[in-house]
Design a protein around this ligand. Structure first.
Ligand code: MOS
Length: 735
């Protein structure tokens, strides 16, 4: 994504991603790949016990090892104004006060940072740091600890639970989902470089301005003193939405040794350093009348969290969204454990809650002897958001279900479970739906233009692999007709026009408005300059100004084409630079916004081994207008694979006797590989939402996974007659 690519050797592929060539040729730099002069290396030493105090820390031997520059620990607390006292720590909302406490909250907690001239020297010296601990009792068993935590109301109660307790059809069940870990391919890494009281960070994250803000708060520094780069990101899934202790460690290290410091997490450290989807327990009670109309849902949920960070995943939120019914109660609780802090992970909360609700509704359909698709049609809240009462701006979930049913061949499904076999294999079909509150944040974009009509379009927003840059390119091209080859994209740098993080499916919804806004500002700027040459342009409005590769025209005055060259010459310009921002207005007081998806699948289950093969998956998504067909399809396909992991494989094993994570590497943590990924067919409703933002895109990152796991579990029931309410559904559970 170079600024005026010197050679022109890396042309932008017109139909692919703007960053594709940079990525596949190694030209694009991930956080750990920046070459920074005089850099040294930092390695974390982590706690060997899950709970207690550090009694002593022996650093001498490590300090004397070859190449070691310094070691940071709580013994000589590095200066962090945000950790000055208890009150400040709370206010900083950072969670773990790393190197400022002798308290151990979890196994793997950073207790020292060894900085050396080479990476190998740092690794060796870190192995020489010895700690003695005063051990304390601990708890890492979510299922045990959850028993004694109390549920609290989560959101408004509707109607009364009393009214529907004697209904003819009801489901009352519990659901458990194991802890899952993001594990993007690119490991988190930070290079920190101080220059006086200015700080540069090359850091893997999902929002450079958010990192800038957090660091600014911790160090009492103006945000302008902090520059954060996250230009290429190899996957995030939510793990990059926060500033984690290793980032702060690199910043402190660089300050201490007065040299740039690079810190990259190891793959095992990735399992406890950058969040995870917490283990959860849920209970659903759902009742319907004899026509299948849902009368009420009582949804209770608990999720694990760290002792120092009471993260609530928002599991019952989705229950308030999809269906219309009169009586609802939702309750949540968090369960503190001696584990590191969880965080948002792809479809956070909703993905978990949706598994329980969509499984219960499937169960209800068999009681009613009603097709699960029909049952959903009967209950969808298609007019308004049932929680707020606001009309949906657009909601095409019903169309998505219809299309998905066609694509999977739903008519081949047998209504009676365990009734379709092929040799040793039992065949089944399942479906589930998912929904997400479609959000939008304020964002800014900038344009730099030269006299040849070359454009650089910029924003601070990162692109975690979702196609942000490509989307911006497409919007600019579609709105102006300017050739894609004349447009370059720059992003992921906090010096560029500010924007929110890429998370919660808000990326495209937020940045698209800014791109549209900056195009208008550019047009007005150009017409101002053209007025010198042609007074017809005086006071022209943006929509009448037509851009092209070579110049501007005016729609209302018989075109009157003026080449860019002339404009630049007449005004003695080198570059035109404009910036604009755009954010939500009052539309959110008039409308509710949702993205949604219908997931269908066909599975086969081996009756001898219990092996489940997902043969085909279909996802039909209403994410508003699709700006980038190819990356959007990739997003949904990837999310479906993530959902297969959630349903059938992913489980962070934890040794309850030692408090350790087990199998914390990519061999031990089971997740889908190519051989587990079936044919995944993706379709989009692709109708613009007229109210959400100028582009009509609602966002689709989360709904790609919300509903996948219950669709699979429901298909497994259809195939075998066995209902699984605990994830993952591993083969031994059949026997
Ligand atoms: Mo995501 S959990 O919105 O990165």
């Amino acid at each position: 994504m170079g600024f005026f690519d010197e050679t022109g050797k890396y042309p932008i592929p017109v139909d692919g991603r703007v960053e594709a060539l940079a990525k596949v040729t190694g030209k694009g730099k991930y956080a750990a790949e920046y070459e920074v002069e005089n850099v040294c290396y930092a390695v974390l030493v982590t706690s060997e016990i899950p709970s207690g105090k550090i009694k002593s820390l022996q650093l001498e031997q490590a300090k004397q090892a070859e190449g070691v520059i310094d070691i940071i620990s709580h013994l000589k607390k590095p200066e962090v104004p945000g950790f000055a006292d208890e009150a400040k720590i709370k206010e900083s909302k950072f969670g773990l006060p790393v190197f400022h406490t002798d308290t151990i909250y979890f196994k793997g907690q950073p207790i020292a940072l060894v900085i050396a001239n080479t990476f190998e020297e740092a690794v060796y010296a870190a192995s020489l740091v010895k700690a003695e601990y005063e051990k304390a009792p601990f708890e890492v068993d979510f299922n045990k600890a959850r028993i004694n935590t109390e549920l609290k109301p989560a959101g408004k109660e509707r109607g009364s639970l009393e009214t529907w307790k004697n209904l003819p059809f009801s489901v009352e069940q519990e659901y458990n989902i194991a802890e899952e870990v993001h594990n993007p391919m690119e490991m988190h890494a930070t290079i920190a470089q101080w220059d006086g009281n200015k700080l540069k960070l090359y850091d893997k994250n999902q929002g450079v301005n958010s990192v800038q803000k957090t660091i600014s708060g911790l160090f009492n520094l103006p945000t302008d003193n902090i520059q954060v780069f996250s230009e290429f990101v190899g996957g995030g899934f939510g793990s990059g939405l926060k500033v984690w202790p290793h980032v702060l460690a690199a910043v402190l290290g660089a300050k201490q040794v007065n040299r740039p410091v690079k810190l990259m997490l190891t793959r095992p450290q990735m399992f406890h350093s950058v969040g995870y989807r917490p283990a959860s327990w849920q209970k659903i009670k759902l009742g319907a009348d004899s026509t299948g109309k849902i009368q009420g849902i009582h949804h209770q949920a608990k999720n694990g969290c760290a002792i120092y960070d009471p993260f609530s995943d928002g599991i019952t939120r989705v229950t308030r969204l999809i269906y219309q019914f009169d009586n609802l109660k939702t309750e949540n609780a968090v369960v503190p454990l001696n584990l590191s802090a969880p965080t948002w992970m792809r479809g956070p909360g909703d993905c978990t809650g949706d598994f329980a609700v969509e499984s219960a509704i499937d169960e209800l359909s068999y009681q009613l002897k009603m097709d699960p698709v029909e049952l959903r049609y009967k209950n969808l809240a298609l007019d308004k958001n049932p929680d707020t009462g606001l009309p949906w701006s657009t909601n095409y979930l019903k169309e998505a279900i219809q299309k998905g049913a066609e694509m999977i061949g739903w008519n081949q499904r047998k209504a009676v479970p365990n009734s379709q076999t092929e040799g040793d294999w039992k065949i089944g079909y399942g479906m589930a739906v998912g929904m997400w509150n479609a959000g939008r944040n304020k964002a800014s974009a900038g344009i730099i233009m030269d006299k040849e009509g070359n454009i650089i379009l910029q924003t601070a927003m990162t692109d975690i692999g979702t196609g942000t840059g490509t989307g911006m390119l497409n919007i600019l091209h579609d709105a102006t007709g300017i050739s894609k080859s004349k447009i370059k994209i720059q992003l992921g740098n906090s010096d560029l026009p500010p924007a929110g993080s890429q998370g919660g499916s808000t990326g495209m919804s937020s940045i698209s408005g800014a791109v549209v806004a900056v195009i208008d500002v550019l047009k007005l700027k150009l017409s101002e300059y053209v007025t010198k040459l042609d007074s017809a342009y005086k006071n022209a409005i943006a929509k009448d100004i037509i851009l092209s590769d070579t110049g501007v025209s005016l729609k209302t005055a018989g075109q009157r084409f003026v080449p860019y060259q002339k404009i630049w010459e007449a005004n003695n310009l080198t570059l035109i630079e404009v910036e604009a921002s755009s954010g939500p207005g009052d539309e959110r007081s008039k409308y509710a916004f949702c993205s949604s998806a219908a997931h269908f699948c066909k599975v086969k289950v081996n009756s001898k081994t219990g092996k489940i093969v997902v043969e085909k998956m279909v996802a039909v998504v209403d994410g508003g207008k699709v700006i980038n067909p190819k990356p959007a399809t990739n997003q949904i396909t990837g999310a479906a694979v993530g959902g297969i992991g959630m349903a059938l494989m992913e489980k962070q094993l934890i040794d309850e006797r030692l408090g350790s994570l087990v199998g914390n590497d990519l061999a031990g943590y089971h997740f889908p590989v190519n051989a587990d990924a079936p044919i995944i067919e993706v379709a989009f409703i692709n109708k613009p939402d007229p109210n959400i933002n100028p582009s009509g895109a609602k966002g689709l990152g989360e709904v790609g996974i919300i509903g996948v796991a219950p669709a699979i579990a429901n298909a497994v029931f259809n195939a075998t007659g066995k209902r699984f309410r605990d994830l993952p559904i591993t083969p031994e559970k059949f026997f």
